[in-house]
Design a protein around this ligand. Structure first.
Ligand code: AHR
Length: 501
């Protein structure tokens, strides 16, 4: 099979927004405790932050980190996690059936974010709480000094204001599983009044309204329209969440799941623009795709892994051992997110450590890179400059879930200052290789600076504590440039990256 992409530096979608390479730290399973935070670990610093994890977070190239949830935030009292540790209450977290010690909270997270060199994206509780607690949190976190709450922060050891710019107005409020789940009307009103109040304190904040928890929600579309009718003038983003998994051994559909993400984005954009038109507004609402990943949710919910029966601190929840196949899918979801760079201007892979994560750790033991770490790290490092509007001419394959889809999907970024072109391409065919070519003459030719592929005869291979580098990108066996044309043979179920200079 033969496929071709056409690219030209003049045809630009939008600049690569670094916020697309965000991640997510939730108080869920061992993401925080024995993930990023483990006092007493051999690599822990004075704050109890694991140094091995911090190194991997920097290597992953994460730019923003959403915190503290997720479903957790909808029952969370931020006040429990600040002040002297010995005074912090231990509570039940019903979202994940765990005991929350509150040993780690807002000020620890902000300190960690500084060390990790990431921008915080703070979620507030609009499930069990509302406007007053939201503006209290804002005053505590961002006001410099001289008021009750800002002085309390200083007393708690955080002298400088945290100056958090990016805020989520709740989490997945469309989901019946959410504490304080609301109708679109109820949530839209609450989100609008909270956003308006927050802007009275600081007009320049960037605010995210909750969109749908998945494209399959029965309220999808109507939810976005109603919420945005209430919030259009006072928010910047509407969120989208999507998780995918291999179901019943159907490799073809799993490999093509970015088709769903693609349609999801198009439909949210259409809905947001429709509301803008009805309101006679020239303002544009962007998408914050602030939860996405491969997640074996069916297994979690069916009880094979299951939520813990007993209430414990930091149990092992959704500690996926990601495979080669999962890594290819994550690479393809990143291609989709980047292709929509004009409207998806923030995104967070869920999550960062141990729970549905790129990085795994053992308590008092090592940290390692999961298979999905690699496409993320390579894309975050090499997708620079602008996203190009490419044209793809590829054969198709038929999938049970998404029907006929092109076997290839691709995105290209161009850093004109550095004279670098990066092409990311996925072969979604489960069993057949595809020959791929692209004419580079519009770029004056080019030499390969780096060409790697993630592919394997064993698609179930995964990285483990015993074998942490079983799945890594390998040098591309035959990518080459001849007479200004890049060609490569793409193995079945593979993700490739070619950087040209
Ligand atoms: O990331 C795991 C969970 O998935 C989050 O807590 C929730 O928002 C979503 O349903």
């Amino acid at each position: 099979q033969q496929a071709r992409i056409s690219i030209d530096p003049a045809f630009v979608v939008a600049p690569v927004n670094r916020r697309v390479f965000g991640s997510f730290v939730e108080h869920m399973g061992r993401c925080v405790y024995t993930g990023i935070y483990e006092p007493g670990h051999p690599t822990a610093d004075d704050d109890g932050f694991r140094g091995d994890v911090l190194d991997l977070v920097r290597e992953l190239g994460v730019t923003t980190v959403r915190y503290p949830g997720g479903n957790f935030v909808s029952g969370y009292k931020w006040e429990d996690g600040v002040g002297p540790r010995e005074d912090r209450p231990t509570r039940l977290d019903p979202a994940w059936r765990t005991i929350e010690t509150n040993a780690f909270g807002l000020n620890e997270f902000m300190e960690w974010a500084k060390k990790a060199d990431v921008e915080p994206m703070m979620a507030m509780n609009l499930g069990t709480r509302g406007l007053q607690e939201a503006i209290d949190l804002l005053e505590y976190a961002n006001h410099p000094q001289g008021t009750a709450l800002s002085d309390l922060r200083i007393e708690h050891g955080a002298k400088e204001p945290h100056d958090i710019r990016l805020w989520c107005l709740g989490n997945e409020m469309d989901g019946p599983w959410q504490l304080g789940h609301k109708t679109a009307e109820e949530y839209g009103r609450l989100a609008a009044e909270t956003a308006r109040a927050m802007r009275q304190y600081d007009a320049g904040l960037e605010l995210v309204a909750c969109g749908s928890s998945s494209r399959t929600m029965p309220t999808f579309g109507a939810w976005e329209a109603t919420v945005l009718e209430h919030t259009y003038d006072v928010v910047d983003y509407i969120s989208a969440h999507a998780y995918y998994q291999l179901l019943d051994g159907d490799h073809a559909s799993f490999l093509a799941c970015s088709v769903d993400m693609d349609r999801f984005i198009d439909q949210v954009v259409a809905t947001a623009d429709h509301v803008g038109a009805r309101l006679g507004s020239d303002k544009r609402i962007d998408i914050s795709f602030d939860e996405w990943n491969v997640w074996y949710l069916r297994e979690l919910m069916s009880g094979q892994g299951g939520l813990p029966k007993d209430w414990t601190v930091a149990p092992r929840t959704s500690e996926e051992a990601y495979t080669v196949l999962d890594a290819v899918v994550v690479g393809s979801l990143l291609i989709t997110l980047l292709r929509h760079a004009d409207r998806v201007t923030a995104a967070s892979q869920a999550q960062l450590v141990n729970t549905i994560s790129s990085i795994r750790t053992e308590p008092n033991g090592p940290a390692w890179r999961q298979s999905i770490f690699h496409p993320f790290a390579r894309t975050a490092r090499h997708a620079r400059g602008t996203v190009l509007d490419l044209r793809l001419d590829a054969p198709t394959t038929t999938t049970p879930t998404y029907g006929e889809v092109p076997v290839l999907d691709a995105v290209a970024t161009h850093d004109a200052d550095e004279g670098r072109l990066a092409v990311f391409v996925v072969n979604r065919h489960p069993s057949e290789p595809v020959s791929f070519s692209t004419d580079l003459r519009a770029f004056g030719g080019g030499q390969i600076a780096e060409a790697v592929v993630i592919a394997d005869d064993d698609l179930t291979a995964a990285n483990t504590q015993a074998d942490p580098d079983r799945v890594v990108p390998r040098p591309h066996p035959d990518a080459s440039v001849t007479d200004g044309t890049l060609t490569a043979q793409l193995p079945p179920a593979s993700w490739s990256m070619v950087v040209l200079e």
